[in-house]
Design a protein around this ligand. Structure first.
Ligand code: FAD
Length: 438
C-alpha cells in the first residue's frame, strides 16, 4: 500500500520518501530465500475479481507472469479427507443432511450474486450463518474455522465481511465445477521489484531497516523520528498496521486515539515446509479436526509448479495468545504431527527445509458496524494521514485492495476536493462503490 501510494504521488510530481522498518519491501507480501527458492513468507494467490493487480501488472508489462490454474479444494473433517469446493463435492459430503447442504449452497450462491452489502454490515456473521444454514451446518463447516482464526473474537465478526470473502473466492471459477486461481510466476516479488524500480526512476527514496518511532507536529512541518534522526516533512501517510499508531503519535486528538485503541487484530505464525512428497492433491485444504489446531493448509506447489512440494501452515493467533510467542520448534513439531495425520505416508525425512514467519497484526477483526468504528484517515493531527488493511472493509485483505487503497489515500493526501470535503465517510463509500462494481 505504501509503495502504491508513493508511486501515485511521484507520478503527480511530488517528492516522496519511504521508510520501511524491515530489511525488504512488501510487508506481508514479501518473499524470502527458502533454501535457494525465492518464495513469499506467506502464501499469495489471486482471484478473478482482483482487477487492480491485473491493471498494475499490465502497466509494468508483467501480465504474462500471471498464471491461471484450475485448483482443487479439500476438506479434512475429523480424520477423513473429502473433496470440496463444488456442488457435487457438497452433495457427496456425508456429514450433513440434504436440506443443510441446500441451505449452505444457497448462502454461498447468494453471496456471490449479492451487490449491496449495507444491510449485512450491521449483522453478526454468526447470526447470519446460523439463521441461514442452521446450527448443524455451523458446527460442521464453520465452528472450528472461526475458533482457530478468530479465537475470542469469533462472535464479533460482521456478516458483510464474511460474505465478501465468500464472494471473492466464489467468483474465481472457470465454471460451476472448477475453481480457477492465479499465481505470479517468480512470486509477488516480481511486482514489488517493478514497483520499486519505477519509484526510484521517478526520484523516490526508499530507506530499508528504517523504523519510524515517533511522529509529531512542529510549527510548520511534521517531524519523524527514524532511528536516531529527526526529519521534517510537509505531509505523512502511514500505511503500517493501525495498532502501532497510538504509542507512536502522541499528538492525536483524544477521540481519535480512543478509536485506534478499540481496534482488534489477529497475528499469524506461518510455518512453511519444503517436502519431497505431496500431502494431498489440493491447493487449499480446509480443516476441522480436534487434533489439528489449524483452520487449513495451503499446498502451494499445487498451484505454482516448483521443484519440490511446498506447503504453508498458518496459525492465526491474537498477539496475547499463549501460543504466539512459543518457539519455532514448537510449531514445527506441531505441523509434522499434522502432516502424518493428513497423509499417513508422511515421514520426517520428507522435510527438506522449514521456515517460520510471524506477523503481529496480520488480520483486522471487523465487527458489525466496522465502518463507523474506523478512525478518520485524516487523523486530526494536521498533515498526518493513516490507513491500513482495516479500510478495505467489507473486503478482506489482499494485494488488490492495497493497490486501490494506496492510490485512494495518495489522492486524499493531495487534497482531492471532493474527497476532502466529505471526509472519510464519503471516501469509504467511494471505495465500496468501486468494489461493488467489480
Ligand atoms: C498469511 C497471509 C496470507 C495472505 N494471502 C494473500 C493472498 O493469497 N492474496 C492476496 O492478495 N493477499 C494476501 N494476503 C494479504 C496481503 O499480503 C496484504 O493485504 C498486503 O500485503 C498488505 O499490504 P500493506 O502494505 O497494506 O500492509 P503490510 O503488509 O502490513 O505492510 C506494512 C508495512 O509497514 C512496515 N512498518 C510497520 N511499522 C513500521 C515502522 N514503525 N516504521 C517503518 N515501517 C513500518 C512493515 O514492516 C510493513 O512492511 C495475505 C496476508 C497474510 C498475512
Amino acid at each position: 500500500m505504501g509503495l502504491t501510494a508513493a508511486h501515485e504521488l511521484l507520478r503527480k510530481g511530488f517528492d516522496v520518501t519511504i521508510f520501511e522498518k524491515d530489511d525488504r519491501v512488501g510487508g506481508m507480501s514479501a518473499s524470502f530465500d527458502f533454501d535457494g527458492l525465492k518464495i513469499e513468507r506467506y502464501y499469495h494467490f489471486f482471484c478473478k475479481p482482483d482487477a487492480p493487480v491485473f491493471e498494475m501488472l499490465a502497466e509494468f508489462g508483467l501480465s504474462g507472469r500471471l498464471k491461471w490454474v484450475e485448483t482443487k479444494m479439500g476438506f479434512f473433517y475429523r480424520g477423513e479427507l473429502f473433496k470440496w469446493g463444488n456442488p457435487i463435492a457438497l452433495l457427496l459430503f456425508p456429514h450433513l443432511g440434504f436440506l443443510s447442504k441446500i441451505r449452505f449452497g444457497l448462502q454461498v450462491f447468494l453471496s456471490i450474486r449479492r451487490k449491496n452489502w449495507d444491510k449485512l454490515d450491521r449483522v453478526s456473521a454468526l447470526r447470519w450463518i446460523k439463521d441461514f444454514t442452521g446450527e448443524k451446518t455451523y458446527e460442521v463447516l464453520w465452528e472450528s474455522l472461526l475458533d482457530l482464526k478468530f479465537h475470542r473474537y469469533k462472535d464479533r465478526l460482521s456478516a458483510a465481511w464474511v460474505g465478501r470473502r465468500l464472494k471473492r473466492v466464489g467468483l474465481s471459477r472457470k465454471n460451476i465445477l472448477t475453481e480457477e486461481l492465479a499465481y505470479l510466476e517468480g512470486g509477488v516479488e516480481v511486482l514489488l521489484d517493478a514497483l520499486t524500480a519505477r519509484i526510484k526512476e521517478l526520484g523516490g527514496r526508499i530507506f530499508l531497516n528504517a523504523e519510524v518511532t515517533r511522529i509529531s507536529r512542529g510549527k510548520e512541518t511534521l517531524s519523524l523520528a527514524v532511528d536516531d534522526r529527526e526529519l521534517s516533512f510537509d505531509k505523512v501517510l502511514s500505511t503500517m498496521p493501525l495498532p502501532y499508531i497510538p504509542r507512536m503519535v502522541p499528538g492525536l486528538p483524544g477521540g481519535v486515539l480512543e478509536k485506534y485503541k478499540q481496534l482488534e487484530n489477529i497475528g499469524v505464525v506461518c510455518v512453511i515446509l519444503k517436502l519431497t512428497g505431496s500431502l494431498t492433491e489440493n491447493f487449499w485444504l480446509n480443516i476441522s479436526d480436534p487434533e489439528i489446531a489449524l483452520p487449513g493448509i495451503i499446498e502451494f506447489s499445487n498451484i505454482r509448479p516448483l521443484p519440490d512440494k511446498v506447503v504453508y501452515f498458518p496459525f492465526y493467533l491474537p498477539r496475547d495468545h499463549g501460543n504466539f510467542s512459543k518457539s519455532d520448534d514448537y510449531f514445527l513439531a506441531e505441523v509434522k504431527a499434522y502432516c502424518k495425520k493428513i497423509n499417513p505416508n508422511f515421514e520426517e525425512n520428507w522435510v527438506l527445509a522449514a521456515g517460520v514467519h510471524r506477523y503481529e497484526y496480520a488480520q483486522p477483526v471487523c465487527p458489525p458496524g466496522f465502518l463507523g468504528m474506523l478512525p478518520p484517515i485524516e487523523t486530526g493531527l494536521e498533515g498526518f494521514y493513516a490507513v491500513d488493511t482495516s479500510y478495505y472493509y467489507p473486503e478482506d485483505r489482499s494485494i488488490s485492495e492495497s493497490i486501490l487503497m494506496g492510490k485512494g489515500a495518495a489522492n486524499l493526501l493531495l487534497g482531492d476536493k471532493k474527497l476532502q470535503q466529505e471526509g472519510q465517510k464519503k471516501y469509504v463509500t467511494l471505495m465500496r462503490l468501486k468494489t461493488a462494481k467489480r
